[in-house]
Structure formats: C-alpha cells, structure tokens
Design a binder for this molecule. Structure first.
Ligand SMILES: [Zn+2]
Length: 85
C-alpha cells in the first residue's frame, strides 16, 4: 500500500472500523514508515483532544463564540466591534 492509501485509512484504523486483513497491512506499513506512524500519532492526539472537549459542558458557549467568529458572514460584517468588545 502507498502512503496516500494508508493516510486515508488511518481514521478507520484508529476507530477500529476496519477489517483485520487491512489492519494488518496498515500496521505493517506503519512499522516501516516513520511518516505515516507520525501521522497516526497526531491523529490519535487530536481524537483524544476532541473526546476530552466533548466531555466539557461549559465549552459549548466558547464553541458558539468561536463558530460565530469564524463565520464569513460575521467576519465581513460591519459590526466588527461586536466580536471584539
Ligand atoms: Zn507511509
């Protein structure tokens, strides 16, 4: 398998949403490819961080704030002072 193929399957690999044969192929590739195993590490950290985030209730308010801030409609709007009090 090529690195590109591996990268596409990493998420499924991490979630265990993959058949055993493919899993073995990916594991084999990871053992010999520092690049892809590094990507897997990063994906693992990211998914752990997301899980932690979901567990924290008060962050939903912050999330709404971030969401509205990254909204292009708001960004191009004239009420810029509203996002930055
Ligand atoms: Zn690779």
């Amino acid at each position: 398998m090529k690195c590109e193929d591996i990268q596409k399957e990493l998420k499924a690999f991490l979630d265990n949403d993959i058949d055993d044969q493919k899993k073995a192929e990916i594991q084999e590739h990871l053992d010999g490819c520092p690049n892809c195993s590094k990507d897997l590490e990063q994906l693992k950290k990211l998914s752990e961080a997301l899980h932690t985030w979901k567990g924290i209730e008060p962050s939903s308010h912050l999330y709404e704030k971030l969401k509205s801030r990254s909204n292009p409609m708001n960004r191009s709007g004239e009420k810029f002072s509203h996002t930055f009090p």
